[in-house]
Design a protein around this ligand. Structure first.
Ligand SMILES: [Ca+2]
Length: 494
């Protein structure tokens, strides 16, 4: 008997130890949370009250990425393009269903047989066993169907059968079957959760820990428990965003159960508590699978990816949803552990989720599908490079057009809003080294936010006129390069 890191006392099977010794190809475990901001996690935000001991340990044994992003969305269901990009490695305007202006003559660029070049199809051809569990819907059905074993169901309840433990059970049973049949092929497991996406129904013991309740009554506000305080308001919380986000009737901003259009302190803190209850449960379920892999002797030969399809606001900047381009929502948590990755390492990376597929292929020695537009960040994982690109682009245009755009280079970030038929035309320029939380003037005077003088939108400051011009030019160049079919009010209509 041997005591293992992930908490199980087990007898280690001699056969699987042997398999490792003869140089098996690496397994891949890709773990995806649904709607999680990097700043929910202590590794990205030491002030966060969320406990994720399993992810902390994963990070301590692997690499944390500080510059991981999803590229954006042309739909209110941000999950959907994000998951297409993960599966195919295509950029946001080159997906099978990327949409340009009606009657505008714009044509999306995408191979018709893209599904044959998606994650599971590629690894099946390379001799991998592929298995997937995740929520159902709002993703790339064709690509999902390529996995040899699929157990998809949307599980957002507050019990083991109706919540995240159900997804864990599918993976654990699959691993049991492999062990029973002594399957020696390498595996790719896509381990997706339906949470912490709303409805954020947490398990009772975790809700208690985070002082939250599964609030269901639209006619009242949740009552905070004075003995078990819910998490504090996020420091960049606002009671309202200073201008309209441009997507009237947007579900995430108006219809989330437990929140609706309320932005009061009790509602936001209760909802953050619910999010944390769901996220800690995910952490526990990841721990169960890692313990199983360790017991099978497969853990050290497995690349483990942990990320989310996009971030989420939950009260930050007065927003609730994922339809914005602030860092809390445009960025995603991203951790990788596996053979050759230095424990406790941390890099910027400047990666997109769509780089995942090419990187997986690179790590596993699998042929890279031609349709993939991503960049392999294996050199970052090996400590040979800090980042794979200098400029990052983001879009949200699921509401009124042309929508929001952002571009980031070094410490500088530009966000533009051109929505509601020109009624909202706004520009934000942030220095993220000085102002990582993207405080704007509305944060001044709020009890929980204490922005310093330079922590503000710099777009109107004449001192930064040159920087603004430079960032505007970068944004236009990225829009052209990435086949963005729209232009903003102050751009040439080419
Ligand atoms: Ca999502």
């Amino acid at each position: 008997m041997q005591r293992l890191k992930y908490g199980l006392l087990v007898a280690v099977a001699a056969s699987s130890m042997l398999a490792q010794a003869v140089g098996k190809r690496p397994n891949i475990l890709f773990i995806l949370a649904d709607d999680q901001s990097p700043f929910d996690l202590k590794m990205y935000n030491p002030e966060s009250e969320l406990d994720t001991p399993v992810l902390d340990r994963l990070a301590a044994e692997g690499m944390i990425f500080d510059g991981a992003h999803h590229m954006g969305s042309f739909s209110g269901a941000v999950c959907n393009p994000s998951r297409h990009m993960i599966m195919s490695g295509r950029t946001v305007w080159n997906l099978p269903h990327s949409k340009g202006p009606k009657g505008g003559g714009w044509v999306g660029q995408c191979p018709e047989d893209l599904v044959d070049y998606t994650m599971a199809a590629v690894f099946n051809r390379a001799g991998y066993d592929t298995m997937r569990t995740c929520k159902k819907g709002n993703s790339y059905a064709g690509a999902n169907g390529q996995f040899t074993v699929v157990h998809d169901s949307t599980k957002r309840g507050g019990t083991d059968e109706t919540g995240s433990a159900w997804h864990a059970k599918q993976v654990l049973e699959y691993l049991d079957q492999r062990a029973a049949s002594n399957d020696q092929d390498p595996f790719l497991i896509y381990y997706g959760f339906s949470h912490p996406h709303d409805t954020r129904d947490g398990k009772p013991e975790l809700l208690r820990k985070y002082g939250a309740t599964n609030h269901k009554d639209k006619a009242s506000l949740p009552v905070l428990n004075p003995e078990r305080p819910a998490p504090a308001l996020p420091s960049n919380y606002l009671p309202a965003h200073p201008f309209h986000h441009g997507h009237p009737g947007l579900r995430d901003e108006e219809k989330v159960s437990g929140v609706w259009m309320n932005r009061d302190e009790a509602t936001v803190r209760n909802e953050v508590g619910r999010e944390f209850a769901c996220s800690e449960n995910i952490d526990i379920q990841i721990g169960a699978v890692l313990a199983k892999l360790e017991a099978m002797g497969e853990l050290d030969n497995t690349y483990i990816f942990y990320t989310a399809d996009h971030g989420i606001a939950i009260g930050r900047h007065g927003l609730m949803g994922k339809q914005n381009l602030y860092e809390h929502t445009w960025r995603v948590p991203y951790i990788v552990k596996g053979p050759g990755i230095k424990p406790g390492s941390r890099s910027k990376g400047n990666i997109y989720l769509l780089d995942t597929l090419r990187t997986m292929c690179d790590l596993a020695g699998v042929d890279v599908p031609e349709a993939t537009e991503g960049i392999s960040f294996k050199p970052v994982l090996e400590g040979k490079k800090e980042q794979v690109r200098d400029v990052l682009y983001g879009v949200y245009c699921g509401g009124t057009k042309p929508g929001m755009r952002c571009v980031k280079k070094g410490d500088w970030k530009l966000i533009k809003y051109d929505v509601l038929d020109g009624k909202v035309r706004e520009t934000q320029l942030f220095n993220l080294a000085d102002n990582p939380e993207e405080f704007i003037k509305e944060h001044k005077g709020l009890a929980n936010a204490k922005p310093k003088a330079n922590q503000v939108n710099l777009a109107g400051d004449p001192k930064y006129a040159g920087k603004l011009k430079e960032m505007e030019a970068l944004l236009l160049a990225e829009q052209r390069r990435l086949n963005d079919p729209y232009r903003l009010w102050n751009q040439p209509q080419d």
